[in-house]
Design a protein around this ligand. Structure first.
Ligand code: PLP
Length: 395
């Protein structure tokens, strides 16, 4: 069982006062707060361990390298990858998807290329494919926010090169049936990228069970520092892709005539990585595993049920995203009030939410609205905080 008081004491920022009230932080889909242990890892790294990894002969470089590579194996086990060589460290989901889009396009886009995405993608799973030259074919979704898998089937053409879908929608909260999406795409011989930015902190992720070819996520949305993320790729797929960026570390041998590339995963890790942030990611995984991912999921499901029940009793509140499979996100509008005004008033009462299109403009177009107010939950939130949030909306 989770001890919520114990968990909250691990997050120093939760004691912050905002406009004379204790902070109620419900903007977790944008970024989660960090436990003290993660903050300490950063200070400790820069106080006692700072060194560039992989190429130093000295003690600090050896220890930093060993810790960095240990986190790679931790991530491997956390998402159930087959090999640590399938784990590439990046700056975050955005860089992970850009990496795949750029390398995949150079290898597998002969011209006249189509990528199937869902209609609820974050801009970072739309624009990289456009930059790579693809025509996008969006999977429609219902008013509740459920993907139309029959329509999905009809989107495949001989020019379909890849399917790129989000595991959990950051705006609607929908948990998409990514294993079924993969099964259908693979039946057409098409690989699949899953955007896991909103999934890893809420659900147990098993990339082998999902069967996807790529899985991308950010550390900062799962209690780790900003500046680190992961691109998981199936080994055969990563072997087939050309490097993304060129520079140090990703090479085996360089001459002015010709360069050969390092083996996986280093082929995709050009230049100096954010070592301290990677160690922080390892610490965040320790934190999540000490609480238990299933316990986190159950706690957040309880908060979501409670908040949904309370908010739907309020007059004039409309929810966006009511899929039966949903995680930790509540998007809504109040009467004719602009979402930004609602967010500003909630802030005056100490409640931090996000307002706007949440980097999902096509979702807003789908509903014909300019944006929503979004409350999103994490392991340290409580029913008392939901009460404060509801009272603030009533006010
Ligand atoms: N994908 C989804 C579903 C997201 O919610 C986000 C961030 O909100 C991203 C991608 C981009 O993540 P980052 O800004 O950490 O690269």
């Amino acid at each position: 069982m989770m001890n919520i008081d114990d968990i909250r004491t691990q997050f120093p920022i939760l004691d912050t006062e905002v406009h004379g009230r204790r902070l109620v932080y419900l903007d977790n889909a944008a970024t989660t707060q960090k436990p003290q242990a993660v903050i300490d890892v950063l200070t400790d790294y820069y106080s006692h361990l700072n060194a560039n990894i992989h190429r130093g002969a000295h003690h600090l470089a050896a220890v930093a390298t060993e810790r960095y590579e240990t986190v790679r194996r931790q991530v491997q086990h956390f998402i159930h990858a087959r090999s640590h060589e399938e784990i590439v460290f990046t700056r975050g989901t955005t860089e992970s998807i850009n990496l795949v889009a750029s390398s995949f396009a150079r290898r597998f886009f002969p011209g006249d290329d189509e990528v199937i995405v869902s209609g609820m993608e974050h801009h970072s799973n739309i624009v990289p494919w456009q930059l790579a030259g693809a025509t996008l074919r969006p999977i429609p979704f219902s008013d509740e926010g459920v993907l139309d898998l029959d329509a999905f089937e009809r989107l495949f053409t001989p020019r379909t090169r890849l399917v790129a879908v989000t595991h959990v929608s950051n705006t609607l909260g929908t948990v998409n049936p990514v294993d079924e999406v993969v099964r259908r795409a693979h039946a057409h011989g098409v690989p699949v990228l899953v955007d896991g930015a909103q999934a890893v902190s809420h659900l147990r992720v098993d990339v082998q069970a999902i069967g996807c070819d790529f899985y991308c996520f950010s550390g900062h949305k799962m209690y780790a520092p900003m500046g680190v993320g992961v691109m998981y790729g199936r080994q055969e797929m990563l072997e087939a892709l050309p490097p993304y960026q060129g520079g140090g570390e990703m090479i085996e041998d360089v001459t002015f005539e010709r360069t050969t590339y390092n083996h996986l995963p280093f082929k995709f890790e050009a230049g100096t990585p954010s070592v301290g942030d990677v160690l922080g990611l390892g610490c965040a995984i320790d934190f999540m595993e000490s609480v238990g991912v299933d316990n986190i999921a159950a706690h957040e499901a309880d908060l979501l049920r409670y908040a949904t029940d309370r908010i739907t009793r309020l007059p004039d509140v409309r929810l966006y995203g009511t899929s039966p499979e949903k995680a930790a996100v509540l998007s809504f509008l109040v009467g004719t009030a602009h979402p930004y005004d609602v967010g500003t008033l909630l802030d005056q009462l100490g409640v931090a939410v996000r307002t706007g299109h949440h980097c999902t403009q096509p979702v807003m177009d789908r509903y014909g609205i300019p944006g929503t107010v979004r409350a999103s939950f994490a392991v340290y939130n409580t029913r008392d905080e939901i009460d404060a949030f509801i009272a603030a909306i009533q006010r």
